[in-house]
Design a protein around this ligand. Structure first.
Ligand SMILES: NC(=O)C1=CN([C@@H]2O[C@H](COP(=O)(O)OP(=O)(O)OC[C@H]3O[C@@H](n4cnc5c(N)ncnc54)[C@H](O)[C@@H]3O)[C@@H](O)[C@H]2O)C=CC1
Ligand SMILES: O=C([O-])CC(=O)C(=O)O
Length: 334
């Protein structure tokens, strides 16, 4: 009784809204991991999900058996390491938290995770080329260019359907600002643009009225905390990995928005790192900003809006970093 009412409460919460019900087939790649397990749990609670396929090179059938006992309507199936294509068959949304988490900098992960994302994207492009691909794997700034190039080479690239999940930055910015001004985070939504790593993360606090009095050192520390929020968790976990639970929450919120957009709900806007025209002329092909979702994925990319002089400075540093991260991703496939 408790489980069911808790699930229903979660399902009707802001984050897991179900106002435009439709049933979506979802595949999680990396479902056995620190993010994959709680993310699979949260997706099991999402009323939009019809089929939930869980894949990992280790342990997905066990996670699937466990999650499948939760009394919501979706069907859960686990897949062994050699069943990747079966796991992808019929997928409409693919969420990817596969790979290794960092011990030091996000760049440490690059070569391992680049191979993982390349191989998973290759299979996804072959088996479910129309599915919306949501990449959580770090470094996101380079992984999205890699997956995009893989799809391009396979002749199935649709830039509207490949997303880097930068939602955790928005979740953190909202939470950290709320703590400073003594508000409920629901009332302090923050736009975060750029990418997902250190100085490429640019929170636009000036666009949130509640941040008006946050200036000087307090402002600078707040921006730093958002940019390096991942470090707090890496240090606190002391060698055991990086953020998993908050990321699972952010990933499930992103997926829920995508399900609603695909179902035709109007005005579903999320942050995401996507192929973007915003700074293309400056050689930056991918950029995170507010994206309007629809049946075809990222239907509209919103401009950044007005920035303060400080935010312009942060944006400049972001662009320099992002350009290198994108080039590094492309270079991996050359
Ligand atoms: N986008 C974001 O905001 C965030 C991204 N991350 C990233 O998410 C990734 C996963 O992190 P955790 O879950 O903590 O790591 P983890 O090590 O706990 O889990 C990763 C899972 O991926 C699986 N895996 C490895 N290679 C695979 C392959 N070829 N196919 C399928 N599964 C495979 C592993 O067996 C493992 O179960 C990391 O790269 C981490 O840096 C973490 C936090 C936030
Ligand atoms: O810091 C990390 O490596 C994991 C991550 O992306 C985050 O927590 O934002």
């Amino acid at each position: 009784m408790f489980a069911r009412s808790a699930a229903h409460k979660l399902a009707s919460a802001r984050q897991f809204s179900s106002s435009a019900a439709r049933h979506t087939n979802v595949t999680v790649l990396g479902a056995g991991g620190g993010i994959g397990q709680p993310l699979s749990l949260l997706l099991k609670l999402d009323p939009h999900v019809k089929k939930l396929n869980l894949y990992d090179i280790r342990g997905a059938p066990g996670v699937a058996a466990d999650v499948s006992h939760i009394d919501t309507a979706s069907e859960v199936k686990g897949f062994e390491a050699d069943k990747l294509e079966d796991a992808l068959d019929g997928a409409e949304v693919i969420v990817v938290p596969a790979g290794v988490p960092r011990k030091m900098t996000r760049d440490d992960l690059f070569s391992t995770n680049a191979s993982v994302v390349r191989d998973l994207a290759t299979a996804a492009a072959r088996v479910a080329p129309k599915a919306h691909l949501c990449i959580i794997t770090n470094p996101v700034n380079s992984m999205v260019p890699i997956a995009s190039r893989v799809y391009e080479k396979a002749g199935v690239y649709d830039p509207k359907r490949i997303f880097g999940v930068s939602m955790l930055d928005v979740v953190r910015a909202s939470r950290f600002l709320a703590a400073i001004v003594g508000a409920d985070p629901v009332n302090t939504p923050v736009t975060v643009v750029g990418g997902h790593s250190g100085e490429t993360i640019v929170p636009l606090f000036s666009q949130t009225p509640a941040s008006k009095g946050v200036t000087g050192e307090v402002y600078k520390k707040l921006v730093h905390r958002v940019q390096f929020g991942g470090d707090e968790v890496v240090q606190a976990k002391a060698g055991a990995g990086s953020a998993t639970l908050s990321m699972a929450y952010a990933g499930a919120r992103f997926a829920n928005a995508l399900f609603r957009g695909i179902a035709g709900e109007k005005g579903v806007i999320v942050p995401s790192y996507v192929r973007s025209p915003l700074f293309e002329k400056e050689g930056i092909e991918f950029f995170a900003s507010r994206i309007e979702l629809g049946p075809n994925g990222a239907e509209k990319i919103h401009p950044l809006g007005q920035l303060t002089a400080e935010e312009e400075e942060y944006l400049k540093a972001c662009k320099d970093g992002l350009k290198k991260n994108i080039q590094k991703g492309f270079a991996f496939l050359e």
